[in-house]
Design a protein around this ligand. Structure first.
Ligand code: APR
Ligand code: PHB
Length: 398
């Protein structure tokens, strides 16, 4: 039987970041990932980082290319019914956001971890957790046709929404909360310059649209679409025509179009599982919570979890202190619920839910309030740029 200090399930951003941060503290881990390295590296996800996420990636030694290639934004635009309002993040919240694709983060983390000799086992199937509530938990799997069993002190469940970790917590212990939204996002990546220097979120009677970017030459655009739609129904031409209709005229007029590099449809969901700890198992990232992509909180929540968990594990191995680990779930969830609220609110504000005239008036009233009130705009800016950690968390995780 193999032995390590922490078994990490999942080699997404949460698992790799945790593994690398632990390594820098001299703590050993083995990462078990069911997919291939190429598959994991190719996934296209969001691309907007709060400052604490950038800081943690830099701390992990995975920030070099990020700092060279990223775009830093001071604000973003909200558009509706011919109005365009800029949320000045820097003036209102004293913060900026960083545009850098999660696909790149995934590659940077995999590279740093490989360079530091990380034990990452891709294509590990049939991963199972054993004796989670004892001091000697184990994880078994099949890797390269061999049965593998690893004994450890802790298990980090970083295996996303569909993973095995959360499902290993007994149903009577786990409480879940869920909201499924009645539409999806059709995303297109294209090698064209972004139509605006900053992101544009548009509420339109035909449905929501978002103009984001990956670089000065690569754009990432999204359209709200029916859940039943398939990408085959959306030719590039149809996508560009629809996007143009949903944007303010001045922006639509200057849009550059081109062939799509990637096109996909994703459903929107809010999901939270409590507690995020059971025995020696700690859930982090998408394994414990999912937010709809409006506002791009998913990765930022994952890095926040990893920060708290990493500090807790470090405290344990330094002096056998358990305070942070015991408080992990509560501390992580306090941030999770706030981001869940913001993502739900921003989704509700910007999407078309139907023809209900009352709901439409509520959206309009809220948008005009934000545009006319510094307090209204500041609330948006503060949440969008990323809330500060609670003061007691800051003191504990420094
Ligand atoms: N065994 C081993 N690995 C698994 C298993 C399993 N049973 N189930 C899932 N995995 C792997 C997946 O293949 C994936 O590579 O766990 C990894 C989870 O990675 P992510 O889904 O990227 O989750 P996370 O690392 O928490 O990253 C959160 O990703 O989905 C976005 O919006 C989200 O930006 C956020 C970030
Ligand atoms: C993205 O660039 O993919 C992105 C940016 C901001 C969002 C959602 C997605 O709110």
């Amino acid at each position: 039987m193999l032995r390590t200090q922490v078994v990490i399930i999942g080699a997404g951003p949460s698992g790799l970041l945790l593994s690398q941060l632990l390594h820098l503290q001299g703590i050993d881990s083995v990462v078990l990932e069911q997919r291939s390295r190429d598959y994991v590296a190719a996934r296209i996800r969001a691309g907007l980082l709060e400052q604490h996420s950038v800081d943690l990636l830099v701390e992990a030694g995975a920030g070099e290319r990020l700092q060279r290639e990223c775009l830093v934004h001071d604000g973003f635009l909200m558009a509706w019914e011919g109005e365009v309002h800029r949320i000045d993040l820097h003036a209102l919240a004293g913060k900026r956001v960083t545009v850098y694709g999660q696909t790149e983060i995934q590659q940077d983390l995999a590279e740093v971890r490989a360079r530091s000799g990380g034990d990452i086992r891709y294509e590990a199937t049939d991963v199972r957790l054993h004796d989670i509530t004892t001091a000697r938990p184990r994880v078994s799997c099949t890797h390269r046709d061999q049965a593998v069993e690893i004994e450890c002190d802790f298990i980090a469940g970083c295996d996303g929404y569909h993973g095995v970790s959360r499902r290993s917590i007994p149903a009577e212990v786990l409480r879940t909360y869920e909201r499924v939204y009645p539409f999806g996002w059709l995303g297109v990546l294209a090698e064209v310059p972004p139509l605006n220097d900053e992101l544009v979120y548009a509420n339109h009677s035909r449905g929501f649209a978002l103009c984001s970017m990956r670089s000065r030459t690569r754009s990432r655009y999204y359209l709200q679409c029916p859940l039943e739609d398939t990408v085959e129904q959306w030719s590039d031409q149809r996508f560009w025509d629809e996007l143009r209709q949903r944007l303010p005229a001045a922006h639509a007029a200057r849009m550059t179009t081109g062939p799509s590099i990637e096109k996909s449809i994703a459903p929107l969901r809010s999901f939270v599982a409590e507690p995020m700890r059971y025995g020696q198992l700690f859930l982090a990232g998408d394994a414990a919570h999912i937010v709809p992509p409006t506002g791009a909180k998913g990765l930022n929540l994952a890095t926040a979890d990893v920060r708290v968990l990493h500090r807790g594990l470090t405290e344990f191995y330094r002096n056998r202190g358990r305070t942070l680990l015991d408080e992990y779930s509560q501390r992580a969830l306090s941030r999770v619920w706030k981001a869940t609220r913001f993502s739900w609110w921003f989704t509700t504000l910007m999407h078309k839910f139907g023809e209900d005239p009352f709901a439409l008036q509520m959206q309009r009233a809220e948008l005009t309030y934000i545009a006319s009130s510094r307090a209204g705009a500041q609330t948006v800016a503060e949440n969008y740029a990323g809330l500060d950690f609670d003061p007691d968390v800051v003191a504990a995780i420094r």
